[in-house]
Design a protein around this ligand. Sequence first.
Ligand code: TYM
Length: 330
Amino acid sequence: METIVSGMRPTGHLHLGNYFGALTNFIKMQQNYDCYFFVADYHMLTTHPNPADLQDNVRIILSEYLASGLDPEKATIYVQSMVPEVAELYMYLNMITYVGELERTSAFKEKVRQNPNNVNAGLLTYPTLMAADIILRKATKVPVGKDQQQHLEMTRDIAERFNKLYKTDYFPLPQAFNFDGDLVKIPSLDGNGKMSKSYGEKATVYLTDEGNVLKKKIMSAKTDEGPQSPNSPKSVEIENLFSLMKLVSKPEIIQQFEDSYADCSIRYGDMKKQLLADMDSFLQPIRERIKEIYSDEAYLNKVIAIGTEKARQSAKKTIKEVREIIGFRV
Ligand code: TYM
């Protein structure tokens, strides 16, 4: 059976980008693949979170994974830092990863721009740690959003380089993957690129958003002055609004707004109200399950214990074999 692996950083609540870009894939894939889904808490150390926040955020992500439909009976769900074999493989891979290629990564350049006072070595080697997560599982497919494509290309390069150096075909070359076709990018509400906590909280919808918070975000989504002539092309802002609607609204509703856009009778206020109602109905059951699971500490502890056990078993086997390939045989 093919193995897949993916993870998310515990930065707070998951947003629609995480959900529709990756999590929905995890849920579809857990039926037919040997799946490993984790919380990437080692990765978070690049931003120096305080210990209590880190621990709480790990539990939030786990609750949100489970509330969205990840099944610990089908998939191995674990916390990265509880599998120290990841760190060992990360160290080996750093020996075959070049500083130049790490410096050229667009995510790294972006982080340097955002945070010039914290350009630590962990930030630079972030892609090596990702590669370790993935190839430790000998995974072939990695369900992620489009923003992670470059990191996956680096993982392939690193795995290939390991194989060449040690004249082996030990690691498969993994691929970024979307169950339904192309990798996706969920837009933000302000017309500015992808939905992302670091680009703007106000334009990011979290799975737990409700009431006035949700209303304010959706009703203040950016629009334009309206279509000036029949069948005119849409601006980025309006394209984004339609993209978000497609995630949660019925096809006939979307068609109705497509038609009114085409004949210039559209009222963006009505469209946003509709999007708000559909988003709220979509999120409501997920929100409730999140609250339930998050407050059930015993259940979360059980999930973590089972996941750690399963995740370490296969990790230990890989590390043992990698050490032999590298030449640590005494
Ligand atoms: P992170 O925590 O930034 O995001 C988690 C997942 O959500 C996807 N995503 C999006 N997809 C579409 N549109 C968006 N607006 C959007 N925003 C986020 C991301 O593509 C990702 O799949 N480095 C990773 C975590 C990681 C990982 C791994 C992933 C660590 N090791 C190994 C896969 C395999 C990250 O920071 O994702």
